[in-house]
Every structure is written in C-alpha cells, then in structure tokens.
Design a protein around this ligand. Structure first.
Ligand code: TYD
Length: 136
C-alpha cells in the first residue's frame, strides 16, 4: 500500500435498479478481524469529533450516508480526505491522530474496529501524542 496517511479501500457494491447495497464481509473484505462496530450519527451542526489517537486499535471508517472530512496526523504530516461514499472505507491504523470535521446533516459514519472499547488505548492529548510517536 502507498506511503500516504489516507488509505482507502473499496467496499464491494451489490446495488441494482432498486437501489444501493454495500457489503463488508467480516472475513475477507475487511483487513482485520472485527470485534466491534459502532456508528456516529445525529452529530450536531458545527461539531467536530475525534481529537485522539489509538496505541493499538485498527479501524475502518465508512460514511454510509452524507459526508464528513477526516483529518489524519502522524506527528509530522497531516492529510485529510472527505468521505462521502459507502463504496470507500478509510483505514486508520495505530499511532494516528484523527479529527472529524464538517459532518453533513444526517451523516452516518460506521466504524469497524479490531478490538472492544478500551479507554487505556486512547491518547487524547495532542502534545502527549506527538511525544508518543517521537519516542517510538
Ligand atoms: P470517543 O471515541 O471519544 O468519540 P469521538 O472520538 O468520536 O469524539 O467516544 C465518545 C464516548 O463514548 C467516550 O466516553 C467513550 C464512549 N465509547 C464507548 O463507550 N464505546 C465505544 O465503542 C466508543 C467508540 C466510545
């Protein structure tokens, strides 16, 4: 895969004349074993979310409705991408600071993760994060 922070994977599309159908098979299409799925929705206007990194967690984010801008920072470089299609998933590995901005009204962001929720895996302070990646 490329050296960019933004890593997009294709989500298989099985829609037809009736409408759309997107598939993420838990073995195969997703690049890790899924232990948790959650979705962010009902985000209030003007709200940004995220502002944290994970030490180990791997995630795949799919914007199934609407759009959201995802910003990634590895301690040196910052890249951002607008997710606006259920046909693309954004892979976020460990050691990446992420922020979510510009949620459209009605946006639903589905997140597949390879572990259950663990607050100890979070780094929620940006200075702590830059120190963490500098020390790796
Ligand atoms: P958080 O990951 O901080 O959300 P965001 O980065 O989008 O702002 O989670 C918000 C709150 O929800 C936080 O108190 C932890 C809790 N939470 C869980 O209990 N389980 C989960 O799977 C997730 C993702 C969050």
């Amino acid at each position: 895969m490329s050296d960019t922070l933004v890593k997009l994977v294709d989500i298989p599309q099985r829609g037809d004349a009736r409408g759309d159908l997107s598939v993420a098979e838990l073995s195969g299409a997703l690049p890790f074993p899924v232990r948790r799925v959650y979705w962010i929705h009902g985000t209030k206007p003007g709200v940004s979310r995220g502002f944290h990194a994970h030490k180990k967690l791997r995630q795949l984010c799919v914007c199934v409705t609407g759009s959201v801008r995802m910003s990634l920072f590895d301690g040196r470089r910052e890249e951002s991408v607008v997710l606006d299609s259920s046909a693309k998933g954004l892979l976020i590995g460990p050691g990446l600071w992420r922020e979510m901005h510009d949620f459209s009204p009605g946006c639903v962001l589905m997140v597949f993760a390879d572990a259950e929720y663990d607050e100890a895996d979070y780094i929620r302070n940006r200075t702590e994060f830059t120190d963490y990646v500098a020390g790796r």
